[in-house]
Write a new protein. Sequence first.
Length: 317
Amino acid sequence: MKLFEKTGKMALGSRLRLLTSKVTEDAAQIYELYKVEFSPKWFPVFFVLSEEGEKTITEIATEISHSQPSVSKIIQEMTVAGIVQENRASSDKRRNLVALTTKGMALSDKIKVQCIDVDAAIESVILEARHNLWEAIEEWEFLLEQKSLLRRVQEQKKLRESKDVQIVSYEDQYQAAFRSLNKEWISTYFQMEEADYKALDNPKEYILDKGGKIFVALYENEPVGVCALIKMNDPDYDFELAKMAVSPKIQGKSIGWLLGQTVMNAARELGASKVYLESNTILKPAINLYHKLGFKKVIGRATPYERCNIQMELQLK
């Protein structure tokens, strides 16, 4: 147990396996105590057949949340032990049914008596413990079903790595990065267009001098993402969110989200009421990001870009 004091929660799986091994070892000895020739790993399958009668392997696997190969192997072992039998007579010839044998049904009565004592023993541990493990397991199962441990670790990894990302205002030294990052992603999915070159080759003239903003994401002091807020001469919109690009080598660190939030905060500081953007639906991560930022789809506006097939807006006021 001193090992787990050193490792902390990182070794949760190992600690649970150790506890499972101890309980399973005791369970095998408990069956011996009651003179029942039975393997603890058979119990879920045995219980279902005992309580609900004949079942297919698929039905059993679904009910006990095991894989079909795992259940098939257990059925084979129980068949050799004479506890279950397969291929029972059925009106549906396509169904391969499994059921307890006469020996299995007799065993069921003995195990029910054993279960009374086991339940009482486990209840005594629960009463002695400060935490109800049975209820805690149920709660953990529910929470991990809603969001897996893998997903939670991925989120924490993103959060930690995003702290190493710095969002700075555009300077002339970032012009090459602004151009190359945008050209990289545009060329990956589409073709560069005339409107792209105007903004990317002359960001100061085309964006900054007209009242817009450009932000650069730095990771380990290297520019890895960019996004612009372009002033619009439009009766409906104050600014356009545009030229967002993140290096594919560094994705997965919430850089797009951080850039998007920075740009929207800048729009608010500039007194914007509505922000507009154009994109394409094949860019699913980008569309999801825009929805997360609060943008909603609009229709019926002219666009200079051939690749645009979706337009969105964000109401700030």
